[in-house]
Design a protein around this ligand. Structure first.
Ligand SMILES: [Zn+2]
Length: 113
């Protein structure tokens, strides 16, 4: 259920920005979501439709950029994309990892009229 809270805060931010810009309508919202957040695109769409009814952002298009989970091995220092949450370094078989991408969750930009 955490998509509801996430969508709510994203939606509040979008409306705030749109109002500040004196917009009549929000046309498009560009979102960046990291794989590590576990946020499901369809859930965000569903909650967004629900929250945006009767607001400036009603029927706005949602565009998602998904960021794959990337880590750096603490053992050998190599960076790579983590597949299927397999926390073993393919280079040195170590399992000490630092996450360098995939935790993103933000509104990159909005397009208004
Ligand atoms: Zn390694």
């Amino acid at each position: 259920m955490h998509e509801l809270a996430i969508t709510q805060s994203m939606f509040d931010l979008v409306l705030e920005q749109a109002e500040k810009a004196g917009a009549k309508k929000v046309r498009k919202i560009n979102l960046v979501i990291g794989e590590m957040t576990g946020v499901v695109e369809d859930c965000v769409r569903f909650y967004f439709d629900f929250l945006s009814k009767g607001t400036l952002a009603e029927k706005a298009a949602l565009s998602f950029v998904m960021v794959p989970l990337k880590v750096r091995c603490r053992g050998c220092g190599k960076a790579f994309e983590l597949k299927e949450f397999n926390w073993t370094c393919p280079y040195c078989q170590g399992n000490g990892m630092e996450i360098i991408a995939g935790k993103e969750l933000f509104v990159e930009s909005i397009e208004v009229e």
